[in-house]
Design a protein around this ligand. Structure first.
Ligand SMILES: [Zn+2]
Length: 191
């Protein structure tokens, strides 16, 4: 059994391939419910003592446990925490988090990530960036696409940045530049 925390208010208990969230903190025991309650309508329930130890399954699940998925969730959780701390660069966090997983789980994670990504364009004529891909993503969805001269332009230029970033640049007397080639789409050269 292991407890992971994605943020202070949301602890997740991992046990036998299932994940649980806190339902009720009682005097002598804590009730946890299956994290798939809304998606699978699962009534799986578990008790622990108030120290969050000694898990006892109280109601069965209506689905199989998946310890690899739990491992992926755990890795994602740790990555989230590390990126929030600001002590690590995103690529370092990702590389280190993935390195800890076994090969099969790594594949699952990669497949899940690539399913979430848009299909990479083969030509700049059909490359449109819209909706949440113009933003910093969850949870702020702040605008990130500052400039796009459009699909009809001869030399396509996209500039990404945030208002806060631009403010910081405008106040700085010296700028240091660095290319991040690993993240740039293949159709683009990066300055
Ligand atoms: Zn369940």
């Amino acid at each position: 059994m292991e407890i992971i925390t994605s943020n202070k208010d949301c602890e997740k208990l991992c046990y036998n391939g299932y994940m649980y969230v806190l339902k009720h903190f009682g005097k002598s025991k804590i009730t946890w419910r299956c994290s798939k309650r809304s998606s699978f309508k699962c009534m799986g329930k578990l008790y622990t003592n108030v120290q969050k130890e000694d898990p006892v399954l109280k109601s069965d699940h209506n689905h199989f446990g998946d310890s690899e998925k739990v491992d992926v969730e755990k890795a994602l959780c740790i990555m989230k925490e590390q990126s929030k701390s600001g002590l690590f660069k995103p690529l370092e966090v990702y590389a280190e988090g993935v390195a800890k997983l076994n090969d099969h789980v790594k594949r699952t994670l990669r497949n899940q990530c690539s399913k979430l990504n848009p299909i990479e364009s083969t030509s700049l004529d059909n490359l449109t960036i819209d909706n949440e891909w113009c933003t910093t993503g969850h949870p702020e969805y702040e605008n990130l696409l500052i400039f796009d001269n459009g699909v009809d332009s001869e030399q396509r230029i996209l500039i990404f940045g945030t208002v806060e970033g631009m403010n910081n640049l405008s106040k700085s007397s010296t700028w240091y530049l660095n290319g991040n080639f690993a993240l740039a789409p293949k159709l683009f050269l990066q300055l």
